[in-house]
Design a protein. Sequence first.
Length: 193
Amino acid sequence: PAQCVERKARVIAAETRQTVVRLCRELLEQGFFAATGGNLALRIGDAHFAVTPSALDYQAMTAEDVCILRLADLKPVEATRKPSVESGLHARVLRARPDCGASIHTHQPAASACAVIGAPLDVTELEWRAILGARIPVVGYAPSGTGWLAGKLAAAVRPDIDVYLLRNHGTLCCGADPEAAMRRVRALEAFCL
């Protein structure tokens, strides 16, 4: 039984790594990622998550490059590369929101411009509200890849908010699964145009 569970976990991790690569390439093609800018994390059960590697061009990334980390302490379980500097940011979201299976951090153009302006966005149109929620908050500025930024986001995370502007830094969208998070990334950009 233990060997079956372990084998199943390896299969799930391998499939999740492939999904990370596919999503990164989609985000790159759609202009939401650029070169090595942007990152994402996908939950693997209750205790682990897959995250993009640090400073690796998404065109060159393979499934083997994707890092598997423990959610509790960010310790690598399977990693041949250094995990994204924003691993802590994603872990904070996934820990605070057990209902979330995906967290995507982008530097997408229009939404990132709104993050520079630094004002929360009220979403009044029902069609946008269904995807983005009623209000998109701004998380205060902190340097990229720091525990300070991860802490600021963790303080802002709410069960009814799936989209955040990161002041002077970009965006973070989350969802129950990768498709829901991707829908929010695309909708946020269209909403901000």
